[in-house]
Design a protein around this ligand. Structure first.
Ligand SMILES: [Zn+2]
Length: 177
């Protein structure tokens, strides 16, 4: 162990990086981006303002979004919201389920016909009331497919999450049925 150099920014430990990358699903934490290019670890509370290297103060951002934040295009408030959403979503769902949520939100439902096995990939979201499925069959029930769609609750949650708007998100989260 050497003496501490308090002013110098330390390299993050592999453990911290891995934890943050897992939380973000190895993608940029900005829900409208989700880029998979090399990810930066952004300090939510800046280092020169006293912010530390605790995982709760760090978020994975792609270089583009990181630059947009420092230019002021992405607000501090949005970063805070994306971080808290990611923390709670990653505790409730696995990486595939989070990707599926964003996918359902951006895909016209009519084009998504799945087999029964396909529906299983959405089971966590269906159980949480964020998505639902409709069974479609031809006349003789020879070909059964399923269409998975976001529920109203799911729609509201993802719209609010993507917006990075605190009021919208609080509204969506409070509208429990
Ligand atoms: Zn990004």
């Amino acid at each position: 162990m050497t003496d501490q150099k308090p002013k110098e920014r330390k390299k993050l430990s592999l453990k911290t990086r891995t934890l943050l990358l897992t939380e973000a699903g190895y993608r940029c934490a900005v829900p409208t981006c989700r880029g998979i290019l090399a990810l930066d670890m952004h300090h939510i509370w800046e280092v020169n303002a006293g912010g530390g290297d605790d995982p709760s103060n760090l978020i994975a951002l792609c270089p583009t979004c990181h630059a947009l934040y420092h230019r002021g295009t992405i607000t501090e408030d949005s970063i805070y919201i994306w971080k808290s959403m990611l923390t709670s979503l990653s505790q409730a769902f696995d990486r595939e389920a989070i990707d599926n949520l964003l996918f359902l939100h951006s895909t016209p439902t009519a084009s998504l016909a799945l087999s029964g096995d396909g529906v299983l990939h959405f089971s966590r979201l269906i159980a949480a009331g964020l998505a639902t499925y409709v069974c479609k069959a031809n006349n003789a029930w020879q070909l059964v497919t399923y269409v998975v769609v976001l529920t109203e609750k799911g729609q509201q949650l993802i719209t609010a999450w993507k917006s990075g708007n605190r009021e919208l998100l609080e509204k969506a989260l409070n509208e429990e049925n």
